[in-house]
Each structure stands twice: as C-alpha cells, then as structure tokens.
Write a protein that binds this ligand. Structure first.
Ligand SMILES: Cc1ncc(COP(=O)(O)O)c(C=O)c1O
Length: 398
C-alpha cells in the first residue's frame, strides 16, 4: 500500500465546496487585491486568536516570509543590528534577517524539542558585551535587537523561559508561528494562543500548513495598534494615500482570493488539529506495539502535562532515528511518503558562508539534521496507512 506524505484532496467534499464557493465569489466581484475579503479574514483571525480575551491585530500578507520581512522592516531592523535565531529550521527566518542587512546570531536547540534552548540563548547573551550606552553588542559590533524563536512542527517553545531571559537582557522577542496556528501555551500568566504571546509574530498559510491557502499567503500579528498601522503601510509600498509614500515598503499584499479561501477554511482548523493529534496517538501505540520505542525517538510533547488540547498541533510528525537514511530509502522503495525537515542546518548553508561557521558549532542542530524524519500526519490519513508506515520502519530496522 502506498501512503502519501500529504494529500489535500482528503479534506473532504464539504471543505472543497466551501473553498470553491469562496474563490468563485471573488472571481465574481473581481476585487482581487486587499479590500473587504481581506478585512473580513483579518477580523476572523483576530477573533480566533483572541478567544481568551486578548487583543491583537492581524495583517494579511503575501506569504509568511513577507510577513516576517515586513515586521523586521517595521521594527527598523537593519545594518548595524543583530538578530538571534536557531539553525535547525526552514530557511525563511534567517533569510529575512539577512535581507534587512542585520547580522544573524545563532544559538542551539533543545535536543528533545528541536526548538530554541533557553540555556543556549542565555549562554549566548551572557557571552556578549554591553557598549558605553548599555546596548548589547555582537562580536562583530552589531546591536542585538531581537530574538526569533520558532515553534517548530506544531509544538510550542518554552516561551516563559525565553521571555524571562529576553527581559533580563532587554532584547525583544518576535515569535515565528508559521507552523503553529491554533497551538496553545500554558503560560504562567494564563493560556495563550501561539502568535499572540510575544508582541509580534507571524503565520504562514502555505498550502501544506494546518490552515493552508490555495497558493502563498501569510499574516503578521501584533499586539500594538501602531505597529499594525505601520505593517499595513509597509505591505503596500509604504503608501499612506495613493502614490504618496511615507516609508519604503514592498508589495506584500495578500490576494483577496486567498483571504476568502482561508476564511472559509478557518472554522475547520480546530477539528483538523484534533485529527492530527489523534494520528500522533495512533503512531505512538503502533510504534510501541512494534517494539520500536528503543530504536526510534517519537516527537516530544513539551507541554503535555498542562492538559491543554492544543499543546501540540502536529504540523509535522518528526521522529528521530539514527539509521534515518536507510529507513528513508526503505520507505521510498515502498512508496511511503516521508521527508527530511531539514537536511542542512542554516549555519552550514552556502549562502551564509560569510558568517564563518563550521561543522561542530551547533552540534545539536547538526545531529537533528542527520536523524530527523517526517512521516505522514495530515487529516484524512487512514489508520491502516499509519500502521503501514510503522511496519515499513520496522522492516528497515530489523
Ligand atoms: C518555520 C517557518 N518559518 C517561516 C516560513 C515561511 O512561510 P512561507 O512559506 O509562507 O513564506 C515557513 C514556511 O514553510 C516555516 O515553516
């Protein structure tokens, strides 16, 4: 039996119908860029995120990457600044930092969760010197302005610990919530949805995300209204009124058709996240039944004990297995979908050679890149398909 890594057609006829209706509506009124469809989606997103009573602002963007770039531009991050993130993640985060002209500083990840390790962050920050004005400086002399932790694969970073360290050192946090719309965090200050814990954040609606558009789309999120005003300007070439440019921005506008599709799909999101979690539960028992728990490390669930349903929304189901390449070859031979997220840590990417990092600089990220393997987890995946995947892995490890 072949098993796809991801299959959007399994979301079902009800979703297909809602998406088609939304797209046809936009094709009918021909208001293709920004406008009422976008405002309606932004309002729905704010309502969804603010169910705990928190106020936030959502600004639809052309992609998650563009949302991050717009946020960095709105904060005035650029040449002479430095931003801290982790090397084991998708390229966009570091790519946007580079594009502003700022320096990228990496700190390593927690081996269990794959996400920013608070101790590694503390050790990086404590190694830096303050200048005469009290600003924290990187070894290259740039001012450390921001920390970007990434909620990877649908799990939440240890935001309370990161928040405490960032406050101690006077550096702000921008949350990369690209992979975690709907995730919840048991903060000491109360339950918070991912994306509205730090003052600024962004999400991606790439089609394979838990809430996916019919193409590229994203949103910047922020708690401060003034920041939302800046972001709306920046997404449209910095215009205040037509052809009057207050600042330099870009074309980061979201298409109305994407906003309409996302708005139609948003009511299904919590159900899909629950299905992903149920699939993860089936994997857990299947791996246990196959006697593989000492050969394969299952995804950590860092905030499981909080009792929050959405402590993990399994955007990806990423196991660790030292024989990863052999397992992958076996699964590929059986036409079972799987993928490596991410094979080359960012500090070793060719385009960042100018940072002069080498193998061994971030050993936990490097090991994760060698051992991690993403298995199918999408809503609509069948129980027998999960068993087929686990049997394939058992075959490879026997
Ligand atoms: C962690 C992370 N950050 C940023 C992005 C960028 O989002 P987009 O693909 O919408 O530009 C992604 C998308 O895959 C991501 O996974």
């Amino acid at each position: 039996m072949s098993v796809p890594l991801f299959d959007l057609s399994r979301l079902g006829p009800q979703v297909d119908e809602a998406v088609r209706e939304a797209a046809l509506r936009v094709l009918g009124h021909r208001g293709y860029v920004l406008g009422a469809e976008v405002e309606a989606f932004e309002n729905d997103l704010v309502t969804y995120l603010g169910q705990g009573g928190e106020e936030c602002h959502a600004v639809g963007m052309s992609s998650g990457t563009d949302a991050q770039l717009a946020l960095l531009m709105a904060m005035g991050i650029g040449t002479g600044d430095a931003v801290i993130s982790t090397p084991y993640t998708f390229f966009a985060t570091a790519g946007c930092i580079h594009r502003t002209g700022a320096e990228i500083l990496f700190c390593d990840i927690d081996p269990a969760t794959f996400m920013m390790d608070p101790e590694s962050l503390r050790s990086l920050l404590s190694s830096l010197k303050r200048d005469a004005d009290g600003f924290l400086r990187s070894p290259r002399g740039n001012r450390v302005r921001l920390i970007v932790p990434i909620h990877l694969f649908g799990a939440m970073c240890d935001m309370d610990a990161l928040g405490k360290i960032s406050a101690e050192y006077g550096v702000e946090i921008l949350e990369d919530a690209a992979q975690i719309l709907g995730g919840e965090y048991p903060s000491a200050a109360g339950v918070r949805k991912a994306g509205i814990i730090a003052p600024t954040s962004y999400v991606s609606f790439y089609p394979s995300k838990n809430l996916g558009a019919a193409g590229d789309a994203g949103a910047a999120l922020c708690l401060d209204e003034e920041m939302a005003v800046k972001l709306r300007r920046i997404r449209n070439h910095g215009m205040v009124e037509r052809y009057y440019h207050k600042v330099v921005g870009g074309n980061f506008r979201i298409d109305a058709i994407q906003a309409a599709v996302l708005r139609a799909k948003l009511p299904f999101l919590d159900g899909w996240n629950a299905t992903r979690r149920a699939n993860a539960g089936t994997y857990k028992s299947a791996f246990a039944e196959a006697g593989l728990l000492d050969r394969v490390t299952l995804p950590a669930e860092p905030h499981l004990s909080s009792g929050l349903k959405n402590h993990h929304i399994f955007h990806q189901y990423v196991i660790r297995v030292p024989e990863r390449d052999a397992v992958m070859a076996r699964l590929a031979g059986q036409k079972i979908g799987c993928a490596i997220y991410y094979p080359v840590p960012l500090h070793l990417q060719e385009c960042f050679a100018y940072l002069c990092h080498k193998n061994g600089d971030f050993p936990i990220s490097e090991k994760a890149a060698k051992e991690s393997l993403a298995l199918p987890i999408f809503p609509g995946l069948k129980q027998e398909e999960i068993h087929e995947v686990v049997n394939g892995i058992a075959g490879a490890l026997s």
